[in-house]
Design a protein around this ligand. Structure first.
Ligand code: 3H9
Length: 703
């Protein structure tokens, strides 16, 4: 028998343990071994019941994602038929669900007649995050177990739920006293079932899954939610599968589910989302740093600056149970900052996401101070003061004096040179950049900026702690704007210029949101603040001094005090969050174009798409070539998680590969010619892009 399965017979029970590190992904070899083991148990007259469990505790994280899109995905025995076969065995099957059952892992448990969890068990059908739907019975068996509406909500959210909720819904029958007792209590459950001659499967709780739903439930659900799904395919396929569960007998429903699953699996969107899944895992790997490197201890954190950013940063650590000293210069500012944090938590309490007791526990982990001496025992200090080099350098000089040796000194700068900040202290190896995105307690992305001198253990420790606080850390080298904002620059530049040439902000934004970006450039700038953008631009004027038209519209709006949403006027007019086009901005663009001798014309959507996106992609490729980004997939993660690029397009680099690198290069060359002097100035293909195309490659990597 395969070493992926442990099989033993004990007092009339067949115990079948899945053992494929790290997460019992149900690849072909494991499916085959599992299937053999179940057949053996089914055929053995001594076996009266069968228990499936995870040999190392964890039950299963589902189908093997690496197999999708390859022949192995449905290589025999395929998962759907294996699970159908399990349901035909005339002996009770009990799933002992340790730690986790996701996707196909939960479907495996659903194919068993009975399920026991442990207190920490989490279950879910997470396929939607991969642009898929459950394809091994989940969309048919779950509605029959818990009703169509609850099943739909679980499948569409991809949410992982805890053991208690799973018990309440009827996904689990029992919860063992503890993880250690899971197998023993599953055994006891099996003996109970045998002693009362329980059937191999209990009767379905919801033989008609849509029993208590109005006839038009699914149609209404579709029309209410469809706009949020944008062009995503998977939610629509889930709905079709649920419809089948409500209308068809099980066997036909399973066949329909399989067809829909295969449609999703072969879709471009799922391919992109699978790319994102592996990109996230890859981002944690640091070339040249061994995984066994001794890390620094981080048990106490300090944050300098209790403004919105500092407060948000502090909340991340407190939420993870790590004590934080929050430092401000004035008592009033400190009180305001602490009060803001409390108010944020109060909102969570009101929304039922946290209890009042948890709120107090978190506030107890926060220690406000006005005295730098209180930072002496911090293992990690994050400065979040005003974005000005001299101010930050001054803070670092003070940190040098008060912090203990070996403390990690981090700057939360979004645009300043981390090396220049590090140069102010005698321990630059301890300095690192941590670019949190706003709101810092919500946004998952964290650019971890590795300075020239940053020590390997400082980088590795920072990556680890970032994961601990629930962030997605991506390493960037030092350059103006790091990965994300540096790419934003040419993208926003083109958007501004297109408006001078005759497009409107709304037209540009519509092209981008039409691609499913969360927001167009101009809505984003209005939200972030035209003043903030102006300040960032001002810090790097030399780079654009040769182009008089460079972001002129933004500069003029700044001069007019039109700062965006917060002042009710920016590229658009606002009433609350409602946005309207503004004729004044269109007239202003025409006037500026006249002054700058920029010819006005009608601009089509394709040109907007190509100029904004190709310039964004070109800059990303350049960043990779310079070594600022370690990999193309890291760039994708930054843009998906920090700038609203749709995950189902896989991020800008993946999207570029889909469009074809040769097409992007020829598009850039075309605009270089077509846009005259302006084209000459800015439409320069990244040398790496040229090399890749010349080599006939369509994968973005260093060459
Ligand atoms: C499905 O089931 C379809 C079916 O309905 C129908 C089929 C016909 N496959 O995340 P981690 C690897 S779709 C292959 O770093 P954590 C992962 O790449 C599937 N590999 O750890 C990593 O490898 P490496 C539905 C997988 O503790 C290592 O395991 N299931 C799979 O932070 C550790 O992972 C899902 O969507 C997999 N299924 O999180 C679950 N899962 O070390 C997806 C993990 O080489 N998985 N790996 O980088 C997860 O959500 C998280 O990985 C999990 C662990 C929560 C399990």
């Amino acid at each position: 028998m395969s070493d992926l399965i442990h099989y033993r017979l004990e007092e009339g029970l067949a115990l079948i343990g899945l053992d494929r590190a790290p997460v019992n992904a149900l690849g072909q070899a494991l499916r085959a071994a599992l299937s053999d083991a179940c057949e053996r148990a089914a055929a053995d007259p001594r076996v009266m019941a069968i228990i499936l469990y995870g040999e190392r505790g964890l039950f299963s994280a589902g189908a093997d994602i690496t197999e999708f899109g390859t022949d192995a995905s449905f290589a025999e025995p395929d998962l759907p038929s294996t699970l159908v076969r399990l349901t035909e065995i005339h002996k009770p099957l009990i799933a002992a669900v340790g730690k986790l059952a996701l996707g196909g892992g939960l479907e495996l448990a659903l194919a068993c007649g009975y399920r026991v969890g442990e207190p920490g068990t989490r279950v879910g059908l997470s396929e939607i995050n991969l642009g898929l739907l459950p394809g091994a019975g989940g969309t048919q068996r779950l509605p029959r177990l818990i009703g169509a509406e609850s099943a739909l909500n679980l499948i569409l959210s991809g949410e992982q739920i805890g053991a208690e909720r799973a018990l309440l819904l009827g996904i689990l029958d029992r919860i063992a006293t503890g993880a250690e007792q899971l197998l023993d209590e599953a055994r006891a459950y099996a003996f109970e079932l045998i002693s009362c001659s329980a059937p191999a499967r209990p009767a379905e709780a919801w033989p008609q899954p849509a029993e208590d739903l109005p006839d038009d439930f699914l149609a209404r659900y579709r029309s209410e939610h469809e706009s949020r799904w944008k062009s995503r395919l998977a939610p629509r396929l889930v709905l079709s599968a649920l419809e089948a569960a409500c209308l068809l007998p099980l066997e036909e429903g399973l066949a329909r589910e399989l067809t829909l699953f295969k449609q999703a699996e072969s879709s471009r969107q799922s391919k992109a989302l699978r790319h994102v899944f592996f990109a996230e895992r890859e981002a944690a790997r640091i070339p040249g740093i061994e995984s066994n490197l001794q890390l620094r201890k981080v048990e106490k954190v300090a944050v300098i600056g209790a403004g919105t950013m500092g407060g948000g940063i502090a909340m991340n650590f407190v939420n993870a149970g790590i004590p934080v000293a929050l430092l401000e210069l004035k008592g009033e500012a400190l009180d305001r900052g602490l009060m803001q944090i409390r108010q944020n938590y109060e909102i969570s309490v009101k929304r039922g996401k946290m209890t009042a007791k948890q709120l107090e526990q978190r506030m107890e982990l926060l220690y406000g101070t006005l005295d730098y001496a209180d930072l002496a025992d911090a293992d990690l200090v994050i400065e979040a003061v005003f974005e000005k080099l001299e101010i930050k350098q001054q803070v670092f000089r003070t940190l040098e004096e008060v912090c203990k040796p070996g403390a990690i000194l981090a700057t939360n700068t979004s645009s300043l040179d981390v090396d220049q900040i590090a140069a102010t202290v005698s321990r630059p190896q301890d300095v690192i950049g941590l670019h949190f995105f706003s709101p810092a307690n919500v946004m998952r992305l964290l650019e971890v900026v590795r300075g020239k001198a940053t020590a390997p253990d400082v980088l590795a420790t920072t990556m680890k702690i970032a994961k601990r606080i629930g962030k997605l850390p991506v390493i960037s080298g030092v350059c103006f704007g790091f990965i994300g904002n540096r790419m934003l620059e040419p993208y926003a530049r083109e958007a501004h210029r297109l408006v001078l040439e005759g497009a409107t902000p709304a037209q540009v934004d519509a092209v981008l949101t039409g691609l499913d970006l969360n927001m167009g450039v101009f809505s984003m700038l209005d939200l972030a603040g035209i003043d903030v953008n102006f300040l960032i631009r001002s810090a790097n004027r030399a780079a654009s001094a040769h182009d008089e038209s460079y972001c002129r519209l933004g500069d003029e709006l700044y001069a007019m005090g039109r700062y965006g949403q917060k002042s009710g006027r920016g590229f658009y007019l606002y009433q609350g969050r409602n946005r309207q086009e503004d004729d004044e901005v269109v007239a202003l663009s025409a006037r500026l174009a006249g002054e700058l001798h920029v010819p006005r014309r009608s601009i089509d959507d394709q040109e907007i798409h190509d100029r904004c996106l190709f310039m964004l992609i070109n800059e990303g490729i350049q960043l990779l070539d310079e070594g600022i980004a370690l990999r193309a997939s890291d760039i994708d993660l930054v843009w998906i998680n920090g700038y609203g690029f749709p995950a189902h397009l896989g991020g800008p680099m993946h999207y570029a590969e889909h469009l074809g690198l040769d097409k992007i290069l020829s598009g850039i060359q075309h605009h270089r010619r077509a846009l005259g002097e302006y084209g000459e100035m800015w439409f320069r293909p990244a040398p790496l892009l040229e090399r890749l195309v010349a080599a006939g490659r369509n994968r973005i990597e260093r060459l």
